[in-house]
Design a protein around this ligand. Structure first.
Ligand SMILES: Cc1cc2nc3c(=O)[nH]c(=O)nc-3n(C[C@H](O)[C@H](O)[C@H](O)COP(=O)(O)OP(=O)(O)OC[C@H]3O[C@@H](n4cnc5c(N)ncnc54)[C@H](O)[C@@H]3O)c2cc1C
Length: 394
């Protein structure tokens, strides 16, 4: 059994933990970064379809979900998206904006992994992978962390063990259990940025439209997103569904506007008064994909020329296109979720340092916290910002 002593031990070698370790070691702190996984930063490697959407040029507090919405502001201001972009540029990593401010690596997410590994090595961070943590205790000098082959004492302990998404690459409840053992409260975790599941009637409808995509506005209660919606054999998918999934609550319905730039009922009434000999499918096909129009007209049983279609039927079509009510049956769960919504309650932490208000020397960073970003690089920015901030204070 090895006996070791550090200024700080960081548990979780993902985005937040590695940023924290690098920032602290750069300040001259003696740091150990531990992960039970054999691989460093596995989630970074698989992120953004292998190209890591590492930040977003529009990233700000409004891009985060939390029961304490102002908590993220200080960290995002202390280590900004520009700071991370500067880091990427300083290493000549080529990147591009895909859309909506989302920045991706040109080549591969491995560029980010290499960057983090090189910096960890430059500042002499000790990294211990495939290391199982057996016990964590508060002692007078700080914390005692026992692993299968080490007893480590450390002044500071940083929990960067992430959320529950994708258990097959190492996600565990570890961070929540440690938080609770120090009397921290947990905001109930649930899968976010996750495909929703649908009942059979809707699946049949979607199967006919499989492969079709359009820009739709999806609303849950007071939250709306306008982005790509994709019909697939498994139901509705695409960025707009992932975004709203982080807000959706079981048994409640979503409102989908398939053509947000148009008020369909008004548009059709106007057409009826000027071109009433036109066929409804022809008119709608000018502004919506033909396959979708055919499916909606057959489902609502409305066809023929506008002259023969009643105003009530025009309203039915308007509702079906602008106010399609859909009730998901559930989500695909943590197996495919990109993030976990909920986590360690931030009301018991300092937003300026990420330190626990209940246990001095204990810090939480990254996704383990009840701070969840929208799709588009915000979750990594939170990992970089919160990790860096803790790294300045341990
Ligand atoms: C498929 C996918 C694609 C994504 N793409 C993007 C994207 O392009 N852009 C974006 O912003 N976000 C993306 N995300 C979300 C983003 O990856 C996470 O929000 C981010 O990685 C969280 O960083 P973290 O360091 O807090 O946690 P993680 O990266 O999850 O790291 C936590 C680490 O802790 C370790 N750990 C867990 N339990 C223990 C334990 N008991 N003992 C020791 N170690 C432990 C884990 O092995 C892991 O290495 C994606 C997520 C997924 C799943």
């Amino acid at each position: 059994m090895l006996n070791l002593s550090y200024d700080a031990v960081i548990i979780g070698a993902g985005a937040a933990g590695s940023m924290c370790a690098i920032a602290a070691a750069k300040r001259g702190r003696k740091v150990m970064l531990i992960d039970h996984s054999k691989k460093f930063g596995e989630k970074i490697r698989i992120s953004g379809g292998g190209k890591c959407n590492f930040t977003n040029t529009h990233c700000g507090p409004d891009n985060f979900i939390s029961s304490n919405p102002r908590f993220c502001i200080s960290a995002l201001n202390q280590y900004t998206k520009r700071d991370f972009i500067d880091l990427i540029e300083s290493q000549n990593i080529p990147y591009h904006e895909k859309k909506l401010g989302q920045l991706f690596c040109d080549r591969s997410a491995k560029d980010i992994l290499v960057l983090l590994k090189d910096l960890a090595s430059k500042y002499k961070v000790d990294i211990s992978l495939a290391e199982k943590i057996i016990d964590v205790k508060k002692v007078e000098s700080g914390f005692k962390i026992t692993t299968t082959d080490k007893k480590i004492t450390s002044q500071a302990l940083v929990i960067a063990s992430g959320g529950l998404s994708i258990p097959k690459i190492g996600a565990t409840k570890f961070g929540y259990a440690i938080a609770q053992s120090f009397n921290h409260r947990i905001i109930k975790p649930r899968p976010g940025l996750v495909p929703l599941t649908f009942e059979n009637n809707l699946l049949d409808h979607c199967k006919h439209l499989s492969g079709l995509s359009l820009c739709a506005e999806v609303t849950f209660e007071k939250t709306s997103f306008r982005e790509g919606l994709l019909f697939t054999h498994r139901g509705l998918s695409g960025p707009v569904i992932l975004q709203i999934s982080s807000y959706w609550q079981e048994a409640k319905s979503l409102n989908i506007d398939l053509l947000p730039e148009y008020n369909i009922e008004k548009f059709l009434r106007e057409k009826k008064s000027t071109q009433n000999s036109q066929n409804i499918q022809t008119i709608l096909s000018d502004i919506l994909p033909k396959r979708l129009v055919k499916e909606i007209c057959s489902e609502t049983n409305i066809s023929g020329s506008l002259a023969n279609i009643s105003n009530t039927e025009l309203q039915t079509l308007g509702d079906r296109i602008n106010h399609w009510q859909v009730t998901p049956t559930g989500t695909e769960g943590y197996r495919t979720a990109e993030v976990t919504v909920g986590g360690v309650n931030t009301r018991e932490l300092s937003s300026k340092t990420m330190e626990s208000n209940l246990q001095p020397g204990l810090y939480f960073v990254g996704e383990v916290l009840d701070v969840t970003g929208h799709l588009g690089g915000h979750n990594f920015q939170w990992a970089w910002s919160s990790g860096w901030v803790a790294g300045q204070n341990i």
